[in-house]
Design a protein around this ligand. Structure first.
Ligand SMILES: N[C@@H](CCC(=O)N[C@@H](CS)C(=O)NCC(=O)O)C(=O)O
Length: 220
């Protein structure tokens, strides 16, 4: 059985969304955020204290984009993966990893210095600088969407899940008003998907059942 350790709307949302798009069975273990502080027992399972953690037999993974790649390929064939023989293979890997490595990194700095740190350690200058960094990097996504509904291959893939999570996080950081019209349309197209809606419902249901406090950021 696949087990996913998850905090609401954190990076582990990427694998959760992927599991729902694939229609796979899984067990969702909800944790309060940050687990390192609020669920210290979790450190015995994952010494990094980070989520996601995905367990699948002997497989153990802690990188959200890597987990998406694993799921759509290992449990394929699926249209969510782009095969090495397809022309869009390079673009697919690029955007899949861009979502986390380039887009989400500056967002976590915004999150930390606008909301997570105690008042006296918050820093509006850092927040604005990394907000601009994030929005500047988003221009690459805007360009990728010219003439196509998804970032590559002319269809919805795991790369859209990776980038899409960064847009969802941006919305929760109150940055969506600064999206370009093309990015806004794309983000709405992604969040209208049934797989996305099922992932949101799954985390809400599991959070209530497991009595885990709601997320730090406001609801969408
Ligand atoms: N690159 C990793 C980052 C994982 C990560 O840092 N997750 C954050 C949440 S979004 C976390 O667990 N932070 C809690 C902490 O550092 O204590 C991924 O994409 O999964």
């Amino acid at each position: 059985v696949i087990t996913l350790y998850h905090c609401s709307f954190a990076r582990s949302f990427r694998p959760l969304w992927t599991l729902e798009e694939l229609g796979l069975g899984y067990e969702l273990k909800m944790l309060p955020f940050p687990p390192r502080v609020l669920a210290p027992d979790y450190l015995q399972i994952n010494p990094l204290g980070t989520i996601p953690l995905l367990l699948d037999g002997e497989t153990r993974m802690t990188e959200s984009a890597g987990i998406c790649q694993y799921l759509v390929t290992h449990y394929g064939p699926s249209q969510l993966a782009v095969a090495p023989q397809e022309p869009a293979y390079g673009a697919y890997l690029n955007w899949l990893h861009f979502g986390e490595a380039t887009l989400t990194f500056p967002q976590t700095i915004v999150l930390r210095y606008s909301r997570l740190e105690p008042e006296e350690r918050r820093n509006p200058q850092v927040v604005e600088d990394y907000t601009r960094w994030f929005l500047a990097r988003l221009r690459a996504i805007d360009a990728a969407l010219v003439g196509q509904p998804y970032v590559c291959a002319g269809r919805f893939t795991a790369a859209d899940i990776s980038v899409g999570f960064a847009l969802i996080l941006a919305d929760r950081l109150d940055l969506s008003a600064r999206f370009s019209p093309r990015i806004r349309d794309y983000w709405q197209r992604l969040t209208a998907r049934e797989g996305f809606q099922r992932a949101v419902a799954a985390q809400e249901r599991a959070g209530a059942e497991q009595r885990v406090p709601p997320p730090v950021l406001r609801p969408p």
